[in-house]
Each structure stands twice: as C-alpha cells, then as structure tokens.
Design a protein around this ligand. Structure first.
Ligand code: TXA
Ligand code: MG
Length: 349
C-alpha cells in the first residue's frame, strides 16, 4: 500500500502545474487515475512493460485482458499502430476526440502486457481535455483501463475510483463527474468489415451511417457465444447482491417486476430495484429504489447507471431487480452493461 494523493483539476481549464505533476509520475512508471468523458481511467506509461504490469496488479485484472492506449491526437497513433485501414481513418476523423476506441494492427514496441500478446492494439483519443492534455504533457500513449477493481462497475467519479484503488496508485485527479458515464465504443478495424466489440456512446446507428457496413460481435446479441473482445468474458459490472434483469415491453416489465418484488418482500427478503423514474413511482413500499432516470432520457441513464449499481453496495439488499431499456441508440450500450451486471439472469416478459 502507498499514500494516494488526490488533486482537484478543472475539467474545462486544467491547471498546468497539476498536469505537470501527474505527467512526471507517469513518466517515472507510476499510476495516475484521471477523468475522461466516459469513465475514470487508471493510467500508466503505455510503452513501459513494467508500468503497465502495475495496472494489472492494482486492479486485480487478468493478464489476458488487453488495455486501451490513449493518444492526444491522430499523429500519436503512428507511434503504436503498424497500419491504419481506411475505415479506421474515417472513424477517427469523425468521432475523435471522443468515446470511440479502434482496434488496429500493432507495432512491435507496444508491450505485450498492453495487448495481452495479440497482434492488435486498441487506441482511443478522449474528448476530455484533462485526459488529452495529460497525454500531451507526458508525451507518450497512456494505457488506461477503467479505474475499478476487476469485476466492479466502472467509476464515474473520483470518489468511486478511490473506493477501489485508494492505496494502490500514486495520484487521483478529481475532475468531477464523467459526462457520459459508460465506457467507450470499441470497433475492431482489422477485419475487412469492421466489428462492433463493445457498444457505447458512439452508437451502432452512428457507425452504420459512416461505415455503411459493420458487423456486431455475436456476443452482444447472445450470451452463449464466445466473446471476441477478450474483456467481454470478464467484465461483470456487478454489485454485490445478485441482480436480475427484466426485459420486454414497458408495461409487461412493470407488472412482472412489481409482482416479483412484492413476493420477495413477503418472503422476508431485502429487495432493491433499479428502475426508471416512471416505474419508481409504482414500486411497493419497503423496497430500496435506485432511480436511473426517465426512459425518455437515455443519456441521463448512462450518467447514472454505474452510480446506481455502486449505491447498492452501501444498501442492505439481498436481491436486485432491474428494469431493461430500449436497444435503440445508446440503449444498446445500457442493455449490454445491464445484462452483464445480471450475469445473464434475464427474465423475458
Ligand atoms: O471509455 C473507455 O474505454 C475507458 C476509459 C478509461 O478510456 N477505458 C476502458 O478500458 O473501458 P477497459 O480496459 O476497462 O476496457 C477495454 C476493452 C476491454 O473489453 C478489452 O478487452 C478491449 O477493450 N480491448 C483492448 N484491447 C483490445 C484488442 N487488441 N482487441 C480487442 N479488444 C480489445
Ligand atoms: Mg473496464
């Protein structure tokens, strides 16, 4: 264990002295937690095998789950990718800086620890000014997974990150709440037809519009398929209490979820529900309600989802019942995270 320093940083106008201090820690092989527009990242020098190894230790992350390298701009990609296919070039032009990660062929100097020995490397240029300036000042790609312990929901605030990694990193930069709250979209651009590996705020519909053709990893549709993105088999995004997910039309879900909650209560169980504002109003008395916001407002659900999941770890609950949302637009990312949080315990209504 070590003493973790926490420094506030202005997300709109990051203080140069704070950036300098963080960059020096990274250059010396240390770990820095920093905000991005998606979730907080746990950063290390992306070209140092030893520094990257420390990320895996701090998170308890399995070594065969590769990391994303974060770059300050398009030019930095040429230090780590062996080639940039035309499809990837278009995606970077349109969606960078932003919540999109592209998987590219790697250069040999990218440490094996980053890629888990794969021939490819995942690259993202964040919209967050703190993140981009930190990378620019450190003058190297920064490897950064989400700053949670392996298996927990990603942190969307410095406080949530500290719950998991206090004492395991040199510095936490506190830049306030993340404006998106869900991890970046990941697209494999090494195949002739790009493949969506992880849905995020750059939606499938947006990708289709730019690329024309894109495949969707079968894992995103059916739980049974082997995941192509190595991380997909590990990430649980799960609170401590078991969670089951209710999918179907809003009315059918509302009726079934409320009825099941009532039965569990009668059996003496402590029940938590993770539901929309619309359904929160109809819950039986005695359940712990985490309200993720209106069904009509998917971006707000994105911001709040992981906060709500983490809140359950501070509440006395034995069972959590969660209401699904649409799979349109950002809904695909929300449902992907909810299904994983449930361990695919899904009730179709
Ligand atoms: O929004 C984000 O992407 C955040 C912030 C900090 O940038 N980072 C993040 O990293 O979510 P992480 O490590 O939690 O998730 C990275 C995902 C994993 O599912 C991993 O398996 C996948 O990207 N990935 C990394 N390198 C890959 C590669 N070469 N091929 C396929 N998938 C890869
Ligand atoms: Mg993660």
């Amino acid at each position: 264990m070590m003493e973790t320093e926490v420094l506030p940083i202005n997300p709109a106008v990051p203080e140069p002295a704070v950036l300098q201090r963080a960059a020096r820690i990274l250059q010396a092989g240390g770990l820095v937690v920093f905000p991005t527009e998606t979730v907080y990242g746990l950063g290390a020098d992306g070209l140092s095998e030893a520094a990257v190894q420390r990320i895996f230790a701090a998170k308890g992350r399995p070594a065969d789950n590769p990391l994303i390298l974060h770059v300050a701009d398009r030019a930095m990609v040429d230090r780590i990718a062996a080639a940039v296919p035309a499809n990837a070039e278009r995606l970077m032009e349109i969606f960078w800086p932003g919540p999109l990660t592209v998987v590219l062929p790697r250069q040999p100097q990218v440490p094996d620890a980053v890629t888990a020995g794969l021939a490819t490397v995942a690259v993202r240029c964040p919209a967050s000014l703190v993140a981009r300036e930190l990378i620019r000042v450190a003058d190297r790609p920064i490897a950064a997974p989400s700053a949670n312990s392996s298996g927990k929901p990603s942190p969307t605030s410095a406080a949530a990150a500290l719950e998991d990694v206090d004492g395991r990193v040199e510095l936490v930069l506190d830049g306030g709440d993340c404006p998106i709250g869900l991890e970046s979209t990941v697209v494999d651009c090494t195949a002739p037809v790009p493949i969506l590996l992880r849905p995020g705020a750059v939606t499938l519909e947006m990708l289709q519009e730019v690329l024309g053709e894109i495949e969707v990893d079968p894992h995103l549709a059916a739980a049974a398929e082997a995941p192509r993105s190595p991380g997909m088999k590990y990430a649980h995004y799960a609170p401590r209490a078991p969670l089951r997910l209710y999918e179907g039309t809003a009315d059918a879900v509302a009726a079934r979820l409320a009825a099941d909650a009532a039965v569990l209560l009668r059996d003496g169980k402590r029940v938590g529900v993770l539901v929309s504002a619309e359904l929160a109003a109809r819950m039986p008395r005695g359940v712990q309600v985490e309200n993720y916001g209106s069904r009509q407002d998917l971006p707000t659900i994105g911001v709040r989802l992981y906060q709500c999941l983490r809140n359950f770890d501070h509440l006395p609950v034995d069972e959590i019942l969660a209401e699904g949302v649409t799979e349109q637009g950002l809904g695909l990312a929300l449902m992907n995270r909810l299904r994983k949080a449930s361990g695919y315990r899904i009730i179709y209504c």
